[in-house]
Design a protein around this ligand. Structure first.
Ligand code: NAD
Length: 498
């Protein structure tokens, strides 16, 4: 049985722990590896290694640091296929989709190679008589990232790339459910020229997360995962004096206006609702057609598309949708579908009970489609995180907008329409962080930034883009007077511009 170790001070190690957790192949239900779970001593070893390496790294000029990212990007591209297959084997998503997971993270590493420009400070010549003022952005020291199972390459790369390019050391605590790719990325970073200790990976669950949140030497924590844990991480890290950003769950609505291209809208819903088995924080889980006629048309367009979806293991290149991550997740999805029926929604397509020959023990769930869902039902209120699409019929555009705005989550949303005025109004008024106009999954590119609103994000500053450079650095502002200093004697008035 393969053992997945931590990655501390440039080497893979099982550290001090005798505790392991099984890593499953979601397509077969078999245990394919075991991951070691960190003790406090393992975390301390990672922090000690980071603390020893960081000052030298911060003192390395930013352009040289950036060059490591040029190499890193090249190495990830070199190993793309191997990484994608490894990712699929532990997560279950198709190999093509796994490549997308890696690529959207890689783009943030490319962005990080441009960090020298973003790290430049500000300068004011003559802020007062003989006084110059300048600010610099300095690394926080040691940063940590805690990441979810659903993007085991992209989200670690979102965090570690700007953090490290800005001169920090970084400790990654990836999901214990698919931990191999994060370790491979750390190995590639070393091969790219990153000094040992600048990127360490420790595995585990709550106890190691608590160790991170309370650690005196860790200055900033970035978290992505479910909302209850995001809230907890936000509060606990803040209580320990850390800078923290914590991104949570989602319930993303897609509004379909009567003037939308129904064929395109249906295609978009299939990809955004069922892609990666619905296990994306930007998945569309609620479709909101405006008007009865629009609703009838979209349901009619969705049904045959769902019937044609190819569900299978990632190893079958024809598969369009893989299994969900665990048996528990599969059971939870089935229970929520049951609750939808019990609470009065119309189950148009039932994805439960799917078994695939040769993969009977795999965590496959077929796609489900509900019509006539209301805001009071559990299938609307809960983040299902599975291949279940709910249609909530809205009478008017204003009703559809209100439904989206009243939802406690605010990660992503989309509107499908041919009317620029409606689209513009929607983008301006909706209280959601990322908006798509005829784009169902509006994940911003690496030089913009990613972040939801409301219960989808706690703290300030988004992932990647210029926000990330701000998050992983502190501003220091220097007021300098040369050469006379304060030779005229002490001043007792609060300094003002003379
Ligand atoms: P999760 O919250 O269960 O786990 C996230 C991380 O927290 C993991 O590293 C896990 O080990 C750790 N963790 C788990 N339980 C913990 C506890 N009790 N205390 C402290 N740490 C704990 O999330 P998941 O199931 O891995 O991922 C799916 C969730 O992530 C969904 O809710 C999804 O919407 C969300 N997500 C959000 C975004 C975003 O950008 N907003 C992106 C991807 C995923």
């Amino acid at each position: 049985m393969r053992t997945i170790g931590h990655f501390i001070d440039g080497v893979e190690t099982t550290g001090n722990s005798a505790e392991f957790q099984d890593v499953f192949n979601p397509a077969t239900g078999e245990v394919q590896a075991r991951v070691v779970l960190a003790t406090q001593a393992d975390l301390d070893a990672a922090v000690a290694s980071a603390a020893a390496a960081q000052p030298q790294w911060a003192a390395t000029n930013p352009q040289r640091r950036a060059r490591v990212f040029f190499n890193f990007v090249a190495l990830i591209n070199r190993d793309m296929q191997e990484l994608a297959e490894l990712l699929s084997a532990e997560h279950g998503k198709t190999v093509d989709d796994a490549r997308g997971d890696i690529l959207r993270g890689l783009e943030v590493s490319e962005f990080a190679a441009g960090a020298p420009h973003l790290l430049k400070g500000e300068f004011t010549d003559g802020a007062g008589p003989g006084i110059d003022m300048y600010s610099m952005r300095q690394p926080v020291g040691i940063g940590a990232g805690i990441t979810p199972f659903n993007f085991p390459a992209m989200i670690p790369l979102w965090m570690l790339s700007p953090a490290i390019a800005a001169g920090n050391a970084f400790i990654l605590k990836p999901s214990e459910r698919d931990p191999s790719v994060p370790v491979r990325l750390a190995q590639l970073a070393i091969e790219a020229g990153l000094p040992r200790g600048i990127l360490n990976v420790v595995h585990g669950g709550k106890s190691v997360v608590d160790g991170i949140l309370q650690h005196d030497q860790i200055g900033a924590v970035s978290f992505v995962g479910s909302t209850p844990i995001a809230r907890y991480v936000y509060a606990t890290a803040a209580a320990h004096g850390k800078r923290v950003q914590a991104f949570g769950g989602a319930k993303n609505h897609m509004i379909i206006m009567p003037d939308a291209d129904m064929e395109k809208a249906a295609d978009a819903l299939i990809g955004a609702g069922y892609g990666a088995a619905g296990e994306r924080c930007m998945a569309v889980s609620v479709a909101v057609p405006v008007g009865e006629e629009t609703a009838d048309k979209i349901i009619a367009a969705l049904k045959p598309r769902i019937d044609k979806l190819k569900i299978g293991p990632a190893t079958d290149l024809a598969s369009e949708m893989g299994p969900v991550i665990t048996q528990a997740s599969k059971d939870r999805i089935a229970a929520l579908v049951e609750s939808g029926i019990a609470q009065g929604a119309t189950l148009v397509v039932d994805g439960r009970g799917l078994t695939l020959q040769g993969y009977e023990k795999g965590y496959f769930v077929g796609p489900s489609l509900f019509d006539n869902v209301t805001a009071e039902m559990d299938i609307y209120k809960e983040e299902i995180f599975g291949p279940v699409l709910s249609v909530v019929r809205a009478r008017t555009y204003e009703d559809a907008l209100k439904l989206t705005m009243d939802n406690p989550y605010g990660n992503g949303t989309a509107i499908f329409t041919r009317d620029g005025d409606t689209a513009r109004d929607f983008a301006a008024r909706v209280n959601v962080g990322m908006v798509g106009i005829n784009v169902p999954v509006p994940v911003p590119v690496a030089y913009h930034s990613f972040g939801g609103w409301k219960a989808s994000a706690f703290g300030d500053l988004n992932q990647y883009g210029t926000d990330s450079i701000k998050f992983w650095t502190r501003t220091k502002t220097v007021t300098a007077r040369w050469p006379s200093g304060i030779k005229d004697g002490a001043e007792f008035q609060f300094p003002t511009m003379k």
